[in-house]
Design a binder for this molecule. Sequence first.
Ligand SMILES: [Zn+2]
Length: 502
Amino acid sequence: MCLLCNSLSLSRRKFISASAMFGAAAATGLKASAQTPPASTSEGAPAGALPTRGEYLVRNAFILTMDSTLGDIPRGDIHVRNGAIVAIGPDLVAPGAEVIDAKSMIALPGFIETHWHMWGTAARNMAGDDESTGYFPYSRVLGAVFTAEDNARGVRLGIAEAVNGGLTTVNNWSHNLLGPEYADAELQAHKDFGARALFSYGYSRKTGQNQTLPLDDVARVQKEWLPQLEGRVTLGIASRGPENNTIDICQKEWDTARKLGVRVTCHMGTSQKVLDLRHGVQALSKAGLLGSDLVIVHNTNTTREDLDLIAKSQSYLSLSPFTEMRTGFGYPPILQMLAAGCNVSLSVDTALLCGNCDMFAIMKAMQNVGDGAKPSEFALPARRVLEMATIDGARALGIGDSVGSLKPGKRADFMLVRTRDLNMAPFTDPVHMIVQSAQPSNVDTVFVDGRPLKRAGKLVAYNVDKIVDDANDTMDRVRAEVARQNRTAADVEKEMPAQRQR
Ligand SMILES: [Zn+2]
């Protein structure tokens, strides 16, 4: 074991060193200060912003509407105009619409993920293999030296990767907001990059355990930002929840959220210890804080009693199978959650730990965790998992009436997936093809709110080179600053011993 650890540590140091050299070379010519990257309104996006909404006719796709009435349409068209789905069905007539030939493609709603610390995408894979670089302390070390622009770079990288893989809505669970300017920078990235989002305003690395997240600033953001975001970005709060803060603090946060009419998300049930000692879900229930405006994340350590409370209150659940397994929260108890009648959605959590935001892989992992737990080949059907990644995610974020399935009147958030790629052929069961075979590289076209953001396999709305250069630049500077401060994971644990800030 020691040999393995030593070997991994050594590899990791070598990697960091090589990456720093590469990043430095890549950043040559950039005049950004090593300490303070320039603030930006639209870095990584082309000048003049997003593609306009137009009129399109997607022709002859196999359509998985994920709508219980429309069902699957083996050969159908989707008519899109001014951001909305106008009609779905075979042989539609739409004179003047740009035709998109989709005869060998599967059309389906864009994926909707429900919990992602997007700032950390700029620190992808930085959680290591030993205590000194473990996710919780090390993300705090890194996050403390992120600037507002660094956070925004993480959001831009994350959105570009998301859209590339057919993910059209994210819940940006923003928990590295070191000041109001951080929220502004992230929201500007959301405005510029066009994906749909719930922006969940969270606490910061500096927020003490007995403090609320900055609730005044949530109200400011609602007033200043929401009118600019066309309904495409909605607002919520990201609370530490009763397992990492007091129930009184939670009560204050929920009261404000409910007064403002915004959603609440919090982490729960991340260890057996928490379950034994505090019964967080029961504390929330007793305080009247469960409800249909709440998304509970993880809850991998749970009881049937807790799940019944969640289901009865119509609260939502979000599972991030890769980080839950990677960081030791445990196997997602998906079958128990579904058996209790809970609405379960799927999420990325953090690329710092799980590496990417591939929703195809998340779905496949979820199905296999479910089947393996039973164990039965038939425990968790592919279509049920696809519902979690689409319509159930939309419901969790409170936008089920406008996205998450394809039907006339809903917003045009969808993707086209090629079926003639090597890992997809031959054409068999489209739902199994999407859940078991598909990868982001098979995504040909992505529309969000009627805007084409990916066409013919290429992101058309983003400057990918710039996004990647910026992320490398951020990581080089952040690592240099951490080294300069000589602040370690152990220092972080000493500063806040009672708290594993998630
Ligand atoms: Zn999380």
